[in-house]
Structures are given as C-alpha cells and as structure tokens.
Ligand binder design. Structure first.
Ligand code: PEP
Length: 251
C-alpha cells in the first residue's frame, strides 16, 4: 500500500541550529505506520539533523547535482549526501527549474544519478499559469514525467514519489482546488500506467504542493489521488507542521 507523505520544503530558510530546534520541538509526533514525515532542509543543516534526529522525522536534501563529481563550484553530489546518511532528495522543484535553469534533460540526469546512489526521490512537476490558461497542463506534466523518467525501471520507480506543484500556486497563497489536484493526480496515475503498468502506478505516492496549510490540507488529502503534500511556507513553523502531520494521520 502506498504511503501518505507529509513533506516540508524549507527552501533557503533555517540555520542548522534553527533546524535542530524545529526537529526537537516535533520529537513527540506520532505518525501512523502508513505516514512518512519528511523535511527537506538546506544543505548546511543536513549533517546536524542526520546526526541528532531519528525517525519518525526523515531528512531530505532539496537538490542534488547530476554529475558524479567534478569542477562544479558550489554544488553537492549524491555521494556527498549519502556519505552523511541522507537518503532522500527533491529533484526538479520549479524554483530550481525557474531560477537555476534546470531543463527536463538536467532533471532526468539528476534522477538517474540519485537512483544510482539509492536515494529516494520526490520528483516535482507542474505547469505555469499561462500553460494552464491555455489548457496545456496535462501535456506539460506528461512531457515533464516522460523526460524525467526516461531510462527509469519499474524497480527503480519504487524509490520515486511525484509531487504535482502548479507553479502559479507556489508561495502565492493560491491553492489549486481539490478537484484540480485530484484531476492531475488521476492524470499522472494514468501516465504512469502507460509508461509502466497498473501495479507500478498504484504503488507510487502522488503529492500535491502549492500553498498547502493546516486549513486546506484535509480537503486535498481527501482526494483519492492525492497521497500526500509538499509544503513550503506552512512547514516552517513547528506547530503548523504538526497540524499537517495530524492531517496525514486522518487520511
Ligand atoms: C514548495 O516550496 O514546494 C511549495 C509548495 O511552497 P508553498 O507551500 O509555500 O506554496
């Protein structure tokens, strides 16, 4: 059975100490067995979090470089992440695509590199506002999926969750309606059947992201093809994040 995933993306917020304080204040959370609770922390906070924080809070990177190693100033490789015990990473977040020029091809190479180091992946896809207004959201997401998953085997799909994050809903306060989130979840599910098979598709956790908060999470998680959420702003405050975890337990 696929897992419910409550994932926080802290973006470029929180020093290592602030990250650890957050984790300590959530040390009493009790997610159900079917719920995974993940924070995607800034690189600098990862070593301290991996050293001090235990399950049920899982620690993820926000990005990984596509090459094994080399002259890539300022970048972090998959083997550097695994060397400190990090075993999850986001890939293809829209802010990486938008501000750091990550193309579908780069995203695909990151996916393959992360898989070769046995990292779990939360792969982000989603359309821009103009694309939705032009009715292109499904084709945009299909193309992003086909590109990112090219060369990824059925077996490897067990390590991948997919986060649908419409770019127009990220950090804007505008949430996709639960119907829109479900419609895209169902579309992604069908796309995974055509790329793989029914079993692979139904085992893959599908997340929605874009201005999720305690007030709207229940309605989103009530949708059959919304298995979890990827949350930016509302994941920064421990009490708000706690409410998101509690909502995960109600799914
Ligand atoms: C995100 O960073 O992935 C995100 C969805 O941000 P927010 O929840 O702030 O819209």
């Amino acid at each position: 059975m696929r897992k419910t995933i409550i994932a926080g993306n802290w973006k470029m917020y929180k020093s290592p100490k602030q990250a650890l304080d957050f984790a300590h204040s959530l040390s009493d959370i009790e997610p159900n067995e079917t719920v995974r609770v993940i924070v995607c922390a800034p690189y600098l906070a990862l070593p301290l979090l991996k050293e001090k924080v235990t399950l049920p809070l899982e620690i993820s990177a926000q990005n990984v470089h596509q090459e094994e190693e080399g002259a890539f100033t300022g970048e972090i490789s998959a083997s550097m992440l695994t060397s400190i015990g990090v075993d999850i990473t986001l890939i293809g977040h829209s802010e990486r695509r938008q501000y750091f020029g990550e193309s579908d091809d780069v995203v695909a190479r990151k996916v393959r590199r992360a898989l070769s180091h046995e990292l779990d992946i939360i792969l982000c896809v989603g359309e821009h506002l103009e694309q939705r207004e032009a009715g292109e959201e499904e084709s945009v997401v299909s193309n992003q999926l086909k590109a990112a998953l090219s060369g990824v085997s059925k077996e490897e799909m067990k390590s991948i969750s997919i986060a649908y994050e419409p770019v127009w809903a990220i950090g804007t306060g505008k949430t996709a309606s639960s119907e829109d989130a479900q419609a895209m979840g169902s579309h992604i599910r069908k796309e995974l059947i055509s790329l793989y098979d029914e079993e692979t598709s139904s085992a893959c956790s599908l997340l929605y992201g874009g201005s999720v908060k305690p007030e709207n999470i229940d309605e989103l998680l009530a949708q059959p093809d919304v298995d979890g959420v990827l949350v930016g702003g509302a994941s920064l405050d421990p009490e708000s994040f706690r409410k998101l975890v509690e909502a995960g337990n109600r799914k």
